[in-house]
Write a protein that binds this ligand. Structure first.
Ligand code: SAH
Ligand code: SF4
Length: 371
């Protein structure tokens, strides 16, 4: 896992379509598409009109596009489709399940190579948030996580991340809802282990001329990939940050989160303090509540001490049971005591509803059921 993380953190991925394999048009940011088009003798005007059709109008069929200028139509006829150089990502919906309370909808999407990922849409008072996957599987191995139990399969390309937002947006539109308000990168995979693809996708997703989900509506959740957090700061990426802690001492955290041995808690907290000092933004800390493992008042006090001085908000998530882990969720009374202890120490927190648990909506669980 650690070696795989190293390779990606070097960050040698950009969207270039020199390879023999066909290339997804959804992999390109607008700037990249303009550059690609210049090489083909097309102008930025053509790039913008194609990009708008894809990311604003959410088209996936472009053949009969009357708005396109003739040079762009000619280019598409020669470059897009079976056996040609470009294609448009359109994952197949392999499952669409709704929770009994109707608040959560979970899509299992089949990618071009047959791999499946999940995208969850949660609605509350007419406002919808999509939870996106960033990898097939995950290399980080958190013991309670269904995706971790699956191991690492591969990274998602930018287009495969963008396609999840398109899918959610189109599903909401079909159901007569307003579009997405927020995005969280909390589905399958570790976003900062797939840094470049995630940043490319977020650039496209947050562009006003396209899907227009601005950076203040986007939260990246990380297990604590320290170099990734520092890179977000150095590159002045405008997104919100959530850090999965689950333990407030190195020993307790490492038992649940093996990645903590590689990026120790002390280094992680130093990175969080750098993030806060440079951005002034609130940091969300996630804490999966597991009975007898990390749910005592003493452990809540240690957590409060650990994050003191930051603008912090703690999300307490009672464990969703998974096949590969014997633990159980903290009972609700103990969860409330934990929250009270944090509150006394001046730390705000929310106990997250286990929404959609009847459709196994915990991280990575739908896919595990279908395997
Ligand atoms: N890899 C990233 C984002 C995906 S996981 C991360 O770890 O932050 C999103 C959140 O769901 C994390 O806080 C993770 O710890 C939590 N989670 C995973 N499996 C869970 C389970 N079975 N029950 C409750 N929370 C879980
Ligand atoms: Fe990966 Fe996040 Fe699951 Fe840990 S909790 S295994 S980092 S997806």
């Amino acid at each position: 896992a650690a070696r795989a993380a190293d390779a990606t953190l070097r960050g040698d991925m950009t969207t270039d379509c020199a390879a023999a394999a066909p290339c997804s048009l959804l992999d390109f940011t607008l700037a990249e598409l303009e550059r690609e088009f210049l090489g083909s003798g097309l102008s930025p005007v053509h790039a913008r009109s194609l990009w708008r059709a894809l990311h604003h109008d959410l088209k996936s069929e472009l053949a009969g596009e009357a708005d396109f200028l003739p040079p762009l139509r000619r280019w598409l006829a020669g470059h897009l489709g079976d056996g040609r150089r470009f294609f448009i990502e359109a994952p197949v919906e392999a499952a669409d399940t709704a929770s009994a309370d109707g608040l959560t909808r979970k899509f299992l999407l089949r990618l071009a190579d047959g791999q499946t990922i999940e995208t969850v849409v949660m609605g509350f008072k007419g406002r919808h948030t999509a939870c996106l996957s960033t990898q097939v599987g995950c290399a980080m191995g958190c013991v309670f996580c269904a995706t971790g139990q699956m191991g690492f399969v591969r990274h998602l390309r930018p287009g495969e991340i963008v396609a999840q937002v398109r899918h959610a947006q189109l599903a909401l539109r079909t159901a007569g809802h307003a579009g997405l308000r927020n995005l969280v990168l909390m589905g399958m995979g570790e976003p900062l282990h797939n840094y470049d693809a995630v940043m490319t996708a977020l650039e496209t997703i947050s562009d006003r001329r396209g899907l227009n989900l601005g950076p203040s509506r986007i939260t990246i959740s990380t297990v604590g990939v320290v170099p990734g957090i520092l890179r977000l700061v150095a590159e002045q990426r405008p997104y919100h940050l959530a850090v999965s802690l689950h333990g407030a001492t190195e020993e307790e955290r490492s038992a649940l989160v093996p990645a903590s041995r590689r990026w120790p808690l002390a280094e992680l907290m130093a990175a969080c303090r750098t993030y806060f000092a440079q951005t002034g933004r609130r940091i969300f800390f996630e804490w999966t509540l597991i009975a007898g493992a990390n749910d005592t008042p003493t452990q809540a006090e240690r957590l409060a001490t650990l994050i003191a001085g930051l603008d912090a908000h703690v999300n307490l998530i009672p464990l969703n049971p998974t096949g590969g882990f014997a633990g159980t969720a903290t009972p609700s009374a103990a969860a409330k005591t934990f929250q009270k202890t944090l509150q006394t120490a001046g730390i705000p927190s929310t106990i997250r509803q286990r929404r959609g648990i009847d459709v196994a909506a915990g991280c990575g669980q739908l896919r595990s059921d279908k395997l």
